[in-house]
Every structure is written in C-alpha cells, then in structure tokens.
Design a protein around this ligand. Structure first.
Ligand code: GAL
Length: 395
C-alpha cells in the first residue's frame, strides 16, 4: 500500500474505532430526567442534587431513570477569554465537574444542553463554530449525554450541523448519547440513524392533553396528530429512537388518567422516558406510574420495535407493539372527554397477536388468564384513560 493509501486506511480505522465507542449506548430508549419542562432556565446545583436524591431514594434510578440532563440555562451569557463555555458559577458554585462527579458517585449519568446555532433558544452561547472545543469541554467535565437544539441556525443545513457535532463528540473521545432536537424540521428519521441516538420528531410539548399554541402542543397531539411520532414507527430501532419529547407525567395540566395514558403511549412508542416533573414534590400515584416496571419493560423491550396505533376513532384507540419472544403489548384508550365502555377482541387485531397467550394487565398488575378463555376485554374507561396488556405468547 502506498503512503496516501496507508494514511487513509489509518484515518478510516481511527474513525471506525471512535464510532464504535458510541455503539451500544442507547440499545433501548434512554431514560432519565430533564430540567426544562418544569424549571426552564431556573436551574441550579441545589435543585439537581435534590432531584438526584429523590430519584435514588424513590426507586426511579433502580427503575432505569439514570440520565440527569440540564437543559438550557446552565451557562453564563458569554464565553471566556479562551472561547470556552462557562458553567454559571452562581447557579453551580461547586463547579460542573464536581456536580458530574457527585452524580456519577450516586450512580447517575449526567447530560447537558446546547444548540447548533449562534445562540441557544434562551439566548446563551450556542456551539456554531465551536463544536470541537465544546465537545472537549463536555468530555473534561465528565458529560455522558448532549441534547443539541436548533435555535438561531439561520440557513444552516441540519444534516451538516448534527454530523459536525457528532464528529466533534467522537473526536473528544468520551462516549455520550447524542440527543438531536431539531423538532423534526429536516426529517431526521430519514437520515440520522448513524448521527444521533434519538431525534425529536415535533416542536415542544406542553402539559395538556390536546391544546395547541404556535409552537407547542399537548401530549396527545405530539403522539399522533398528523405526521407526528406515531407515523414514524418504522424509523426507530436499537441505537436510534424517535423522540416525542420529554414527559409531562406529574405536571399540573394532566389528570391522573392523562398521566397513565401518556406514560402508556410513550412505552408503546419506544419513546425515551425522560421525566420532566418536579420529582421532589410528586404525588405517590405519579411515582407509581413512572416506576411501573412492567410498563417500563415494554418501553425497554430489547427487540426495539416501536408500536403504532392499529385502530383509532374519536371514542376508541387500540395501540399495538411487537415485543421480543413473540409477545405483544396492547393498549386500549378512551380518547374522548366522556367515560366510555371500551373493548378489545384479540382476534380482531389483524391476526397480529399470538394465537394463544397469557394476558397480563399492566396497570391492575394481575393475570387475567389466557386469550382463548377471555377473547374480549371490556371496561368502562374514564376520559383519556387506558388499559394496557402484555400478551405473553404460549408456544
Ligand atoms: C426548545 C426545545 C426544548 C428546550 C428549549 C430550551 O427548542 O425544543 O426542549 O430545550 O428549547 O430553550
């Protein structure tokens, strides 16, 4: 091999080696907590440590919520003389590295936010033109997850911007989950499989069922209203997930039924389970939803196939998801604003479901027998409520 050939081969094997460090990082959808939905830019060290303590003591960490991610607002308004980002010393008096070390000692991973534009959405310094420098800083700080937003990007090409940041993370050498947040504008599900581990599919979520503002939508609209997360199910898989945004479970605009239904649909859609509530002040019934191990097992199923809405009308929805080992998850929802009798007949679900299966009720936490003995389940469901089942195939 001549010299240029050898150099090219070495460069290729170096970049393959870099890339391999990041494989296997998100083989199931990431889980954790993010500060934005509840606290926006009002974040500080005390809040993060308080959240981490509760997540550890309440069982959330054990249930899988291991990434704590600081969203916009963690840095000062200007870079320092070297051009580095500066964690806000008033908000984080012990320093970001110290916070990262503390979280790591507690068993968590730690994430930060930035943006592909000149400025973040809240007006802090963005990474445009500083990608490699910022990635090196994150590596020095011990960061394990980067959420990367899309404000102030002008005419920048999304594929170029996210690939540049991905390569900068690779070059910095510390494995990080790369969470792409360009709101689905450049259809990342078509090209980002090897760029990010998850990509937002929509604009921002807010804590209501189906309300809508210019920029934000309630959780049910984010889930399945016109070309949103549900329709993209074929694009998701181990290492690359559709992200219908952080959860609103436990936030003021959701009823108990909404909380249960949102969590169920996020599990059916193999969505990243990133809590966005003030876990320090959460009601026991909210915690119970968030740490339902059998619902989480559906979200985290190793087959990594996103579920979809098999049937939908304004009074009844049936969602299905194929799981490993021939099992299936089925979620029946009352999307209307009145209590309604809702039912599912297994054999009507398009011949998809196993011929014979044990029926496990995920929210009632009980076995209902086998599908041949109980071919239909009918229940009165409160507005927006769900029943969710795991059908364990009998071979
Ligand atoms: C939005 C993003 C939100 C949050 C916010 C921070 O663009 O979608 O999830 O990160 O910016 O300013």
């Amino acid at each position: 091999m001549n010299l240029p050939g050898l150099i090219a081969a070495l460069a290729l094997s170096a970049s393959t080696a870099d890339a391999q460090k990041f494989e296997g990082l998100a083989m199931t959808p990431p889980m954790g907590w993010n500060s934005w939905n509840t606290f926006e830019i009002n974040i500080d060290e005390e809040l993060v440590l308080g959240v981490a303590k509760v997540m550890k003591e309440s069982g959330m960490l054990d249930a899988g919520y291991n990434y704590i991610v600081l969203d916009d607002g963690w840095m000062t308004r200007e870079r320092d003389a070297n051009g580095d980002l500066v964690p806000d010393p008033e908000k984080f008096p012990s320093g970001m590295k110290h916070l990262a070390d503390t979280l790591h000692q507690m068993g968590f991973k730690f994430g930060l936010y930035n943006c592909a534009g000149g400025k973040t959405c809240a007006g802090f310094p963005g990474s445009k033109g500083h990608e490699y420098q910022d990635a090196r800083l994150y590596a020095r700080l011990g960061i394990d997850y980067l959420k990367y937003d899309w404000c102030d990007t002008g005419t920048r090409d999304a594929q170029e911007a996210y690939t540049t940041m991905r390569d900068a993370i690779y070059a910095a050498g510390r494995p990080m989950i790369f969470s792409m947040c360009e709101w689905g504008t450049a259809k990342p599900w078509l090209w980002a499989k090897d760029t990010g581990h998850l990509w937002r599919t929509t604009g921002d979520i807010i804590d209501c069922y189906d309300c809508e503002t210019r920029w934000s939508r309630g959780w049910k609209k984010i889930a399945d209203f016109q070309a949103t997360n549900e329709e993209l199910y074929k694009a998701a898989g181990p290492g690359h997930w559709n992200d219908p945004d952080m959860m609103e479970v436990g936030n003021p605009g959701l009823t108990l039924e909404d909380n249960r239904a949102m969590f169920s649909l996020w599990c059916m859609m193999a969505a990243p389970l990133i809590a966005g509530n003030d876990v320090r002040n959460m009601k026991p019934e909210v915690l119970e939803i968030l740490i339902n191990k059998e619902a989480i097992a559906i979200d985290q199923d190793p087959l990594g196939k996103q579920g979809w809405r098999f049937y939908g009308d304004p009074r009844l929805e049936i969602w299905v998801r194929e799981l490993s080992g021939g099992d299936w998850a089925v979620c029946v929802m009352n999307p209307s604003d009145e209590a309604r009798e809702c039912s599912v007949t297994w054999e009507h679900v398009g011949g998809l479901l196993p011929k014979k299966a044990q029926i496990r009720d995920i929210w009632q936490k009980k076995d209902l027998g086998t599908t041949d003995k109980l071919p239909t389940v009918t229940r009165k469901l409160a507005p927006h409520d769900v029943m969710m089942f795991r059908l364990n195939a009998i071979k």
